[in-house]
Design a protein around this ligand. Sequence first.
Ligand code: A3D
Length: 320
Amino acid sequence: MARPRIALIGAGQIGGTLAHLVATKELGDVILFDIAEGTPQGKALDLAQCGPIEGFDATLKGTNSYEDIAGADVCIVTAGVPRKPGMSRDDLLGINLKVMKSVGEGIAKYAPNAFVICITNPLDAMVWALREFSGLPHEKVVGMAGVLDAGRFRHFLSVEFNVSMKDVTAFVLGGHGDTMVPLTRYSTVAGIPLPDLVEMGWTTQEKLDAIVQRTRDGGAEIVGLLKTGSAFYAPATSAIEMAEAYLKDQKRLLPCAAYVKGAYGLDGMYVGVPTIIGAGGIERVVDIKLNADEQAMLDKSIDAVKGLVEACKGIDPSLA
Ligand code: A3D
């Protein structure tokens, strides 16, 4: 059987890291696309030369032509601009919306059967716009944010508790922004929920609240340190987990920015929710029970996403 074809639209910091991960994990052959001439070609050649040393079998091709993504099984989209210090994700909306239009049209023409994972910010609005521009089925177009946000939460918790990161699970809902909702009740150390760990004296409510806030600000903390762009290693590895779940039909339960119609009382919008990813793409949106406080936080986050979607419609009337 031929190797899967994985198209990476955007060959910047995340795109290059994605290409390396796809090759080392032997998930398939890589097509690295970018509008910058020479960048995808140079990165693809550099990475291909890791092959004999790392011992992977994968071809890597850099291109400036959408024709080369033809027949891709997975497309991971990072095209656009990242944040600089002092910028919010929402400041990127105008520029990245135009990018989503060209990317969506390219995918529709050359890779209409692909599972598409969007990473470009502001995430929840961009994945919605990308789906609109591409016209692909909703279950095949999804945004990466929850896996990363949960990964950040799990990392901070494992340091606080001095336990293996492998034993920490975490749940994050809502939009990928300041209003994201890390759910402590559904986050655990090997099944013990965080509120119980507070009662057991493993941490205090104040420390837990500070970790929740640090998770919400996790992207900005890295932007502030890097100064020239935003996080790229963990965002890339998070998208790879989703791509692998699709390619290997793993039926993983992963938090993603998925199209939600019915669940959580929503009437068709993209927002971060727990999902099952398998060969069908987003096979199920998991509608967990929220208490009044959690629902209020989610409602606030949903309102923030709706505001961004309306702003997109204002910029590009074809989306209205
Ligand atoms: P960067 O290293 O600048 O790479 C972006 C690439 O996109 C560059 O190589 C550009 O040349 C290319 N590009 C620009 N316009 C187009 C176009 N029309 N078609 C094709 N390629 C184009 O950025 P990055 O890789 O660090 O980040 C990429 C995106 O991911 C940004 O929007 C970030 O804000 C976003 N991001 C999201 C998360 C989430 O958790 C959702 C995390 C980190 C970054």
